[in-house]
Design a protein around this ligand. Structure first.
Ligand code: UN1
Length: 499
């Protein structure tokens, strides 16, 4: 019997008003049905937003340290269920089990970090320019936030949007990606187990066109946080402008690893395999451009080819698997079309085809793929493929390298392998990106520093760290005059220059 899952509206699990459903299947084996989910529409979103609005006064007025205590409890519940949630994630999303554990751990990290913020949420106090007057700025919750999340980090990304929103005192409506709704539903069940009051978080599953747009258009949703495709981000931003919403967008990447001639090549190889083929290349932070100094290029490509040839494709629950499936068959087709473009533009070293042999036949698999002699302006070097495809671009000159690094429309993560401290710091200054790594690949951001990128990777906001508190709270500047008389700022004061 296929399990049926429902929306969460104000503490009640409910089917979509229309009764319609959609199916989530495992990308490793399409016969493995995860469940049926509510295919929701505007009226379901309406109910979820009303529930979030009703929950807002009590939640926002609960002292923030108490909200923090609930988040501490949630962190512990998530830790207790880490293995179960990770296995569900591998089944539904496909990433190999150790990576799924990392995804859940990232959610736990954010929960602990934001729980601690309940006792900080620092504001500002400043001296007033007038005597007997107190001046400060405090953080206030904003209201109902709409959270629209992708499938590639089905627990970490909802967590790193939700927990800062909650500690700031907001309530939320979440729409998960339709490829990974079970992960989100189970995650939210655990939030309730941790003691989150009813209505503080509401879940509406369904399509972006119906559910996503209804959340973005709703006048009572004051904030939108979205991670996904750049085109969708532009559309969300445009729609949300009509109701003057605050919008945070976390979009694409075309992240480079630069391997300089003095690099520790063993370390660089380990890092490239992890950054380019981990999560089957389906991270915003995945390394899809390998910019390699000519003096080490042939050695590097030869050794990389040998390493990649040994990668085992398969079900992520199988311990022998190095690289899991991609998310669905549409992704296989998209990646295959880029591989065809790559064959015209560059030299194929390994891979380049969907993988359908034996046990892989029932899933969505693509061979880890490497191209060399890729021109910096080739399409495979410029466009986000979101799959296990890496393009090697040979270089000889540092200034040219900087130009190539910065020649894409995105600016999420950049990395340099070198032993030269001067080059390391130049890369930090000159590579245009929100995340910069030295002697480490492009993936592995931690929960307590800002996450996000420049240019078409976003719209200037950052997730997690202190930056998330900026996004999910509103400043209120407060002046308390205890002089007992009218004191006019900028007027009733003695100016030093006039003395
Ligand atoms: C993403 O790629 O969508 O640094 C998020 C990393 C992870 C987060 C990735 N901590 O790769």
């Amino acid at each position: 019997m296929t399990k049926t899952y429902q929306n969460l509206i104000g503490g009640d699990w409910k089917s979509a008003d229309s009764g319609a459903t959609f199916t989530s299947v495992s990308p490793a084996n399409h016969d493995d049905v995860i469940g049926e989910f509510a295919s929701s529409s505007t009226s379901d979103v309406e109910a979820a937003v009303s529930a979030a609005k009703r929950a807002f006064p009590a939640w926002s007025q609960m002292p923030a340290p108490k909200r923090g205590e609930i988040l501490f409890r949630i962190a512990r519940v998530l830790a207790e269920h880490k293995e179960e949630l990770s296995k569900l994630m591998t089944r539904e999303m496909g990433k190999v089990l150790p990576e799924a554990r990392g995804d859940v751990q990232e959610a736990i990290d954010v929960a602990y970090y934001m729980a601690g913020e309940g006792r900080r949420l620092f504001g500002q106090t400043v001296p007033s320019e007038m005597p007997d007057k107190f001046a400060m700025a405090i953080r206030r919750p904003i209201g109902v936030v709409g959270i629209i999340t992708p499938w590639n980090f089905p627990v970490a990304i909802p967590a790193w949007k939700l927990f800062p929103a909650l500690i700031c005192g907001n309530t939320a409506v979440i729409k998960p990606a339709s490829d990974t709704p079970a992960c989100l539903v189970r995650f939210v069940e655990l939030l309730l187990e941790g003691g989150l009051p009813e209505g503080v978080v509401n879940v509406v599953t369904g399509s972006g066109g119906e559910v996503g747009n209804a959340i973005v258009d709703h006048p009572d949703v004051r904030v939108i946080s979205f991670t996904g495709h750049t085109d969708t981000g532009v559309e969300i931003s445009t729609r949300a402008a009509k109701t003057l919403k605050r919008v945070s967008l976390e979009l694409g990447g075309k992240n480079p690893i630069v391997i300089w001639e003095d690099a520790d090549l063993d370390l660089a190889l380990d890092s490239v395999v992890w950054s380019s083929f981990g999560t089957s290349g389906q991270r915003c932070t995945a390394a899809s451009r390998l910019i390699v100094h000519r003096n080490v290029h042939d050695d590097f490509v030869h050794r990389l080819q040998q390493r990649v040839a040994k990668l085992v494709l398969g079900d992520g629950l199988d311990e022998a698997t190095d690289v899991g499936p991609v998310i669905n068959d549409a992704a296989v087709e998209r990646i295959a079309s880029y591989a065809a473009i790559g064959r015209d533009e560059a030299d194929l070293v390994i891979g380049g085809e969907p993988a359908r042999d034996g046990k892989l036949a029932k899933g969505s698999f693509f061979q880890p793929t490497i191209f060399t002699e890729v021109k910096p302006d080739a399409r495979i070097a410029q466009e986000e493929i979101f799959g296990p495809v890496a393009s090697v671009i040979p270089v000889t000159d540092w200034d040219e390298t900087v130009r190539i690094v910065n020649s894409v429309k995105y600016g999420l993560s950049t990395s340099l392998f070198t032993q030269d401290i001067n080059l390391a710091f130049r890369s930090i200054r000159d590579f245009d990106s929100g995340l910069g790594y030295v002697n480490h690949g492009t993936i592995g951001a931690e929960a307590h520093l800002p996450f996000g990128g420049t240019k078409a990777t976003g719209n200037g906001h950052r997730e997690v760290g202190q930056a998330a508190l900026e996004f999910f709270s509103e400043w209120k500047s407060v002046y308390v005059d205890y002089s007992g008389k009218l004191q006019r700022a900028q007027i009733d004061t003695t100016f030093i220059d006039e003395q």
